[in-house]
Design a protein around this ligand. Structure first.
Ligand code: ZN
Length: 399
């Protein structure tokens, strides 16, 4: 998997500034907006108070897609006071919470408690837990569900689904709320039957856990009967994105994927960037990075020379991107390139990092493409790949 297009928050291009870039707080989709108070998800008194608080904020989705507030060009958020259709649907749903009827295939809706925005006054629970409660709400209405499609007719007609470009243009706070809700929405919509026994499963703990609905105690279910049933919780798929360099950062290996990338005029671009892939079961971040580097480029990078520099949630659909730098010990063997193992790449080359420093300093961008050298381009500063390239360039300058 080659990843070139990972939005990051506004990145400072000035090559001399770097430390703030290493904070995951800064990461697009990764801002820590809410206190998740995860221990209160199963507290029905708290959830009821949060649900009924007039200041509570709901992030509506329709069939898994968030909605664009076209007037303000932002993620559409609302309260129970703000939208009558949503308010009525939530009233219909409230008695179905934690019941089999509450699953979206019956009710037509998934509702997820996300957390508290502690910066604003909202509810106060047990004198300690304060703030405005946030919920994700995904409408999946059909003629068979309790909430019918007609009940959200004007919501459907008044707001359009957010495209990826709409999402790139919202603030990091909104994008992070979107990512948080979206990953739960995706999970709850896809997991409808128990992987242990095939019975229906339904959400409990305000949409944060799925329970096997098999009530026949004499029928075995490895999920229901397990002491720790991990399959009942949301999943996160971890992937790695790696810049390949040498021990003094003076060289960088950039790769071009076989998948064609075109600019806005349809011209195929020679995009040179980092390598990326999924972490496989029972791999560490470091061993997965070393494997991915070797599989794609043939370069030997010892896992002990892989360093994680930052991470980013990536809601397409449920990923955590782990940004790493792999340092290769040059010995006339380790650095040899061979792109014939998994045949994912069209090309891979070692470049002088000095050339990259030049390109970043000049920053001659056209959309997502930044001029590198000759006909080659690197990804723009709206990507995590760029952050990794810049990280290497900065380390090289400091040496
Ligand atoms: Zn089961």
């Amino acid at each position: 998997m080659q990843v070139f297009w990972r939005p990051a928050s506004s990145i400072i291009r000035n090559i001399s500034i770097n430390h703030s870039l290493m904070s995951s707080d800064n990461m697009f989709f990764g801002q820590d907006v809410l206190n998740r108070v995860s221990f209160l998800r199963g507290d029905s008194e708290f959830i009821k108070a949060a649900y009924e608080c007039p200041k509570s904020v709901f992030i509506p989705f329709i069939d898994g897609e968030a909605l664009l507030d076209t007037v303000q060009n932002k993620l559409y958020l609302t309260s129970t006071d703000g939208n009558e259709e949503i308010s009525n649907a939530l009233k219909t749903f409230e008695p179905l919470y934690n019941t089999v009827e509450g699953r979206h295939l019956n009710s037509g809706i998934n509702v997820i408690f996300l957390g508290l925005d502690e910066k604003k006054a909202g509810i106060v629970y047990k004198e300690i837990y304060k703030g405005i409660p946030y919920f994700g709400v995904d409408f999946r209405c059909t003629d068979q569900t309790i909430i019918k499609p007609e009940q959200i007719k004007s919501l459907r007609e008044s707001y359009k689904s957010m495209s990826i470009m709409d999402i790139i243009n919202i603030t990091n706070r909104e994008a992070s709320l979107y990512s948080h809700a979206k990953m739960y929405v995706d999970w709850l919509s896809k997991y409808n039957f128990c992987p242990g026994c095939g019975s229906i499963i339904y959400p409990v703990q305000a949409g944060n856990k799925l329970l096997c609905g098999n009530e026949h105690k004499d029928q075995k279910c490895i999920v229901r009967d397990a002491r720790v049933s991990n399959v009942s919780f949301p999943r996160t798929d971890t992937s790695i994105i790696i810049a390949i360099t040498n021990s003094d950062f003076s060289k960088i290996c950039l790769t071009r994927n076989k998948r064609a990338l075109r600019d806005k005029n349809g011209k195929e671009m020679a995009m040179y960037t980092t390598v990326a892939g999924f972490i496989e079961p029972s791999e560490t971040i470091e061993t997965a990075s070393a494997r991915e580097i070797w599989e794609e480029t043939g370069i030997n990078c010892d896992a002990s020379n892989v360093k994680m520099v930052f991470t980013q949630p990536w809601p397409y659909p449920v990923n955590l991107m782990i940004g790493c730098v792999g340092m290769v010990n040059f010995n006339n063997k380790n650095e040899m390139i061979n792109i014939d193992h998994d045949k994912e790449l069209l090309d891979a080359q070692w470049f002088d990092t000095a050339e990259l420093v030049d390109a970043i300093a000049k920053y001659d961008a056209d959309g997502f493409f930044v001029k590198f050298k000759d006909e080659m381009v690197i990804p723009s500063d709206s990507t995590v790949a760029f952050r990794l390239l810049k990280y290497v360039a900065e380390r090289y300058i400091k040496k």
